[in-house]
Design a protein around this ligand. Structure first.
Ligand code: SF4
Ligand code: SF4
Length: 109
């Protein structure tokens, strides 16, 4: 490959739009049907604790007396066990990956 061809190719790629997303400078687009963030609907939850018992990683904590529900996002592996076991359909997995968890603090609802 000649010097002129290489220079032309280098200029073409340098000036063309990147084929990948410039994450984290651009938000990541969710893939439809993928398992992302676990969403909780407080209004329909009856604090039965079934989801916490089914969770294989111990990511969930339910305080029945205080009517509070919590998740440790760093422990959740998006397996969907809690979603399938919830009798009130209070849980769902959204395609969005949400905010990145950077602390070990549980998120309380
Ligand atoms: S299984 Fe459903 S209703 Fe029961 S505590 Fe979990 S989220 Fe609430
Ligand atoms: S999706 Fe799986 S790992 Fe995440 S909270 Fe539900 S049961 Fe636990």
């Amino acid at each position: 490959m000649g010097y002129f061809t290489l220079t032309r190719l280098a200029l073409k790629w340098a000036l063309s739009k990147p084929v990948t997303t410039r994450y984290p400078f651009e938000p990541r687009q969710p893939v439809p049907g993928s398992r992302g963030e676990l969403a909780f609907t407080k209004e329909s939850c009856v604090y039965c604790n079934i989801c916490a018992k089914k969770c294989p990683t111990g990511a969930l904590v339910v305080n029945r007396a205080g009517k509070r529900w919590a998740i440790d996002r760093l422990l959740c592996i998006q397996c969907g066990c809690c979603v399938e076991s919830c009798p009130k359909k209070s849980l769902s997995l959204t395609p969005s990956h949400g905010t990145i968890a950077i602390t070990k603090d549980r998120e309380w609802f």
